[in-house]
Ligand binder design. Structure first.
Ligand code: ARG
Length: 576
């Protein structure tokens, strides 16, 4: 149990009120938003009815009850406007926090709240034969971060790349490939070439509409399992996946499943039958739909007049399949807000089909990323490729590092960590629903709210520890004395300790709100607090009774920054 939870339990154990259970009290205790209020606050409003008393009176009663019995545990217990604010004894508290981090190291913050629960996370979900562009960045890194954070909290996760690998465009691609590529260059296919073929197909089809018929028939053949068409389709798929895996490695994301749209080809009919038998399907101009007018939504189109199924049909089949295959506790879809309506419709259809788990489906939506010099648009052809953005960020960070630290060894490796980290951190540091503007200079700055700033703070902490020339575990192994702990009473140390203590709570907050930016902002706050601490508290010139606890704080900060960054998919270099 982390120290905040221990403190909550401790508080609850001191409070005896008629008809109010221990767990109920625990549920009313939260972290105060203003840190100087104390470690924890208990809100008494919900107790008013039951206890037939005003929140203010209840708060005062509790404060007196606790203070009377447990003077030594707290520095202050105060009733303010219906809240009771608890400030634990600083010395005991500092000791608990530092011991917790020092003994657990990167396992600090681990928990088992997710034991026996599986979370499906549908993220990145790219389209075959298309290059990854900057629009894929958010889904990929938000999904990746959520996977890692859920894992740390003991959940089992299934990362799913729901590939866009079905649709008439593959008929077009097959025709184009046969006409203009196959003979000339049978081995040297790549994703750019596939995209070019697709563009060329459209241009040529304007002049020769017969091509469209050929494409339709190629797609039919593919659907019917024609070996040659399937072979080409698999080649397009492999080409795209090989290409994209390189980017996934850079971003530190991994998938457990690449079951995309085509995987559901043979899984839609049973779902359609089920919806049909429930009387949910209507015929509308020859198409089969679920009418959602009652819910102020356009109908959910399932089967077109020509018998073709749709994106929505496959998503319905996918949800049913995932429930059966993984029995998920939650299934998240990390997809841009443009698909808001799509997911609302899907979730509604599942609700109407009387599946209680419709409530466990979550659209984790996010805003658009545009580049500083004008919004990106795929249609206009000026796509900003994710690979180019990453490469350029690395190149620029190499330049920055070379000027700041010319003697650094193996600058290239560090530049990769810093450049890629900067791009990831950018995508994760704003509230996900916001539209954001990407700027190389801003994300690579060592001063702003950036990965390099945080990474550099960690490097500072590490260099302090290195200069001491100690074996850290051994150095910190003996218990801290009261005198040592009492030396941490300055406000910078207190602030830093409070933040370090909050790390586990931040992680649960992230998964409750599906919002990794809370962790990114937290790491920034921690880095800032550390830099203020370091400005005020010398380590090398510390007095004997100050040194070890200060070292412990530096070490704990390093652990939390490094682990926090890892959870976001960002590495922390030892030097930079
Ligand atoms: N491939 C889709 C796109 O690029 C995203 C798929 C999201 N996942 C899903 N289950 N619909 O728009």
């Amino acid at each position: 149990m982390d120290t905040i939870n221990k403190k909550k339990h401790q508080i609850a154990s001191y409070i005896q009120l008629d008809d109010v259970s221990f767990d109920e009290i625990i549920s009313l205790i939260t972290l105060p938003t203003e840190m100087d209020r104390g470690d924890l606050s208990l809100a008494c409003f919900k107790l008013a009815k039951k206890l037939r008393s005003s929140p203010k009176d209840i708060a005062e009663k509790i404060a007196n009850m606790v203070m009377l019995k447990q003077k030594d545990v707290f520095d202050q217990v105060e009733a303010v406007n219906g809240y009771v604010n608890f400030k634990f004894n600083r010395i005991t508290s500092a000791n608990l926090i530092l011991r917790e981090v020092v003994s657990n190291r990167e396992a600090y913050g681990n928990s088992c709240i997710g034991a026996d629960k599986t979370i499906c996370i549908d993220y990145s979900s790219i389209n075959i034969a298309k290059l990854m562009h900057i629009g894929h960045l958010s889904s990929t890194v938000i999904g990746g971060a959520l996977c890692k954070i859920y894992n740390k909290l003991g959940f089992k996760t299934v990362g799913i790349n729901h590939l866009g690998d079905w649709g008439t465009q593959f008929g077009k691609l097959i025709v184009a490939y046969r006409l203009w590529c196959e003979d000339k260059n049978p081995k040297g296919i790549n994703v750019s070439r596939l995209t070019e073929l697709y563009v060329k197909f459209h241009a040529e089809a304007e002049l020769d509409p017969g091509l469209n018929d050929q494409a339709r028939s190629a797609f039919k053949d593919l659907e019917n399992g024609d070996t040659e068409c399937v072979r080409l389709f698999e080649l397009f798929k492999k080409t795209t996946l090989d290409d994209v895996k390189e980017i996934y490695n850079k971003l530190h994301v991994e998938f457990d499943s690449y079951n995309g749209e085509s995987f559901y080809n043979d899984k839609m009919q049973p779902v359609l039958d089920e919806l049909e038998s429930l009387g949910l399907v209507k015929l509308s101009d020859g198409a089969r739909v679920v009418d959602l007018s009652q819910y102020d939504m356009p109908p959910c189109l399932l089967v077109r007049t020509d018998g073709a199924t749709l994106y929505a049909t496959r998503d319905l089949a996918a949800a049913f399949y995932r429930k059966k295959a993984y029995d998920f506790y939650k299934c998240l879809y990390v997809v841009a807000y443009q698909q808001n309506l799509h997911f609302k419709q899907i979730f509604k259809v599942i609700e109407l089909s009387k599946k209680p788990w419709y409530n466990d489906l979550v659209h984790v939506q996010f805003g658009m990323v545009s580049l500083e010099d004008g919004a990106m648009s795929t249609r206009r052809g000026n796509v900003v490729l994710l690979r180019d953005v990453l490469d350029r960020a690395v190149e620029k960070s190499l330049h920055v590092i070379s000027t700041k630290n010319p003697s650094l060894k193996d600058k290239e490796t560090t530049a990769k960590i810093v450049g890629v980290g900067a791009v990831i951190f950018f995508a994760l540091s704003n509230n996900r629903i916001k539209d954001t503007v990407f700027s190389y200079d801003k994300v690579l700055s060592f001063e702003g709210e950036t990965a390099p700033y945080v990474q550099y703070t960690n490097v500072r902490a590490l260099s302090i520890l290195r200069k001491l020339n100690i074996e850290i575990d051994e150095y910190l192994s003996a218990p801290f004395t009261q005198i040592e702990l009492a030396s941490l009473s300055d406000s910078e140390s207190e602030m830093l300790l409070t933040l370090i203590e909050r790390f586990p709570a931040i992680l649960t907050d992230v998964i409750e709100k599906y919002e990794p930016s809370l962790l990114a902002r937290y790491i920034l706050d921690l880095a800032k607090a550390f830099n203020r601490f370091y400005l005020e508290n010398s380590i090398t010139n510390a007095l004997k009774h100050q040194k070890r606890v200060r070292v412990a704080i530096v070490y704990a900060t390093h652990i939390v920054i490094k682990e926090g960054l890892r959870l976001l998919g960002i590495e922390a270099p030892n030097e930079m």
